[in-house]
Every structure is written in C-alpha cells, then in structure tokens.
Design a protein around this ligand. Structure first.
Ligand code: NAP
Length: 263
C-alpha cells in the first residue's frame, strides 16, 4: 500500500482526495491519499517525519515556496517556476505540476496562447506556474498584474491602456466562499473586453466565477481551473508511480466533479 497526501494550512474544501482516489482506482493501484493540515510555524518540524512515512505529497498554500529549502533538489520545471506543488519522498525531489495542468486546461478549452499577449492577474505561486506554461506554449508576452506594481508587474489601473490578448486570473478573488467578488471591477472589465480574446480562471470552485460569467456573456472562450486541478494531480501521480493516467480517465473525473462542484 502506497501513501500520499496533500499538505497545506487550510484544506477544508480540497477536491484532491476524490481526484487521487479516482486515479488510483482507475490504475488499479493500492494507495491512500489524505489531507494533512500543518500550521505555518510547524512546517520545518513536521517535514522529516512526513517525508519518512509518505511515498509522495502535494503542497498547497502557503507552502509552495517554503518547502523548497527542505528538499534535496528541484526538477528543472520547479526550479524555473520557483514553486513546488509535488514532492517525491524517496529522494526528496520537488516538482511543479501546476504548469502542465494549466497547459492542459487551455488545451481542453481550445485556447491557443501562441503569439498572444497574455495578462496574468496575481503574482503568487499559481501565477508563476501560469507564466512558465504560457512562455513554453509560445506566448508573445506575459505580463503580471499586481495590486503592488513593481518592475515585474503592472498595476490594475494600467490594464485598460495596455491590455490586448488573453486574460488569466491567478488570484483567489472570486473563489468560494466569496463568489460575488471579481479581480476586475466592472469598469476595468468593460474597457478591456473588446480587446480580450479569451479568459482563463484558475479557480475551480465555483465552476463559473463572476469573471468567467462576464467573458461568456461577451461570447468569448472561458475556461475554469477544474481541468488544471485534475491534470496537475495526474502529472503528480505520473511522477510518483512512473505511470501515466489515461486521458479518458481524466475526462471522466472532470465530468464527475463538474456535476458536483456548485456553479
Ligand atoms: P497566493 O500565492 O496566495 O497568490 C495569489 C496572488 O493573488 C497574490 O500573490 C496576490 O498578488 C493576488 N491576490 C491575493 N489576494 C488578492 C486580493 N484580495 N485581491 C487581488 N489580488 C489578490 O495563491 P496561489 O497559490 O497563487 O493561488 C491562487 C489561486 O489559484 C487560488 O485560488 C488557488 O486555489 C488557485 N489554484 C488553482 C490551481 C488549479 O489546479 N486549478 C492550482 C493552483 C492554485 P498581488 O499581491 O501581486 O496582487
């Protein structure tokens, strides 16, 4: 029996258990997957015993960067992204599968980033993975948008003037239980919508954020983060088990979750 887990500070609404359990069942692998909440100051002390008793684990907020100094090394993608969401315990190597998950999300929605200018809201771990994926996919440019503009990110007020291309939300704004929130106010959205080709939102709960609803109402392609979540999990399993997860299995998991995640 193999043992896997998700570690993070607050995991109450995670979908990781049903996703990984469904993957194990589909592959006929004897394994369990559980949620382990670790209060922030305890990561350093909790890490060695966890790594000793688990075969692998995923990492979420707020540990995607904090875990790096505790690992023996990073694979090239995690190193380029600067954040880790998957750890293989036998050699304490850190990986980032969010980037592959995001690429799969765009692909499933038919959103082509090649030669496009891309604007990514947020500058956290998800945004870093999104930027890496977009660059690999051949985006013409990737611009971060931040509440605190600095040389690597523009401010929200600069967006109306600068924007054209794809819009990606990589902030938690609009996520359950604050579904009424939107990272762009109505005025900002109206000013960029005519130059927006598609919107991708890494949030998966609710299925349709206010931002995605606005994009759909304007008739543009709009993708939520469910496919990213399922695909990053499958990529983590590939690393742990050295086995790929069939596409039909991922499609089925997405379908099942899509019907049970509240709109
Ligand atoms: P994070 O490290 O906390 O960063 C989020 C970024 O969003 C922050 O750096 C901040 O950027 C911005 N932000 C945070 N609160 C905000 C607010 N109230 N208003 C405007 N901007 C705000 O989180 P993360 O790990 O990047 O995750 C972000 C979201 O992605 C979460 O909802 C998470 O669930 C989701 N996610 C989904 C998947 C998936 O598989 N679908 C994978 C990973 C993450 P600035 O300070 O620069 O403005």
């Amino acid at each position: 029996m193999l043992h896997f887990a998700l570690i993070g500070e607050k995991l109450g609404h995670s979908l990781s258990v049903p996703i990984h359990t469904a993957i194990h069942r589909a592959l006929g692998v004897s394994a369990d997957y559980r949620l382990i909440e670790i209060p922030a100051p305890q990561l350093i002390t909790e890490f060695p015993p966890l790594a000793a008793k688990l075969d692998g684990f995923n990492v979420t907020i707020p540990y995607k960067r904090a875990v790096i100094p505790l690992l023996s090394r990073l694979d090239p993608t995690a190193s380029a992204v600067g954040a880790v969401n998957t750890v293989r315990c036998r050699d304490a190597v850190g990986f980032n599968t969010d980037a592959a998950g995001f690429a799969a999300m765009l692909d499933a929605a038919g959103i082509d980033a090649r030669q496009r200018n891309c604007f990514v809201l947020g500058t956290g771990g998800a945004a870093l993975a999104v930027r890496y994926a977009l660059t690999r996919l051949g985006a013409a440019s990737v611009t971060f948008v931040s509440r605190r503009p600095d040389p690597r990110a523009i401010g929200y007020d600069e967006l109306p003037e600068r924007f054209s291309g794809l819009l990606i939300n990589a902030t938690p704004v609009g996520m359950f239980p604050n579904e009424a929130d939107c990272p762009l106010d109505e005025g900002h959205w109206r000013s960029i919508a005519p130059r927006c080709e598609a919107v991708a939102d890494v949030i998966y709960r609710p299925r349709e954020t206010v931002l995605l609803r606005r994009a759909k109402a304007a008739g543009m392609p709009a993708a939520n983060g469910l496919r990213m979540l399922v695909s990053q999990a499958a990529e983590a399993e590939r690393i742990w088990l050295n086995r790929g997860v069939p596409q039909e299995c991922l499609d089925k998991i997405c379908e099942e979750l899509d019907t049970c995640v509240p709109i």
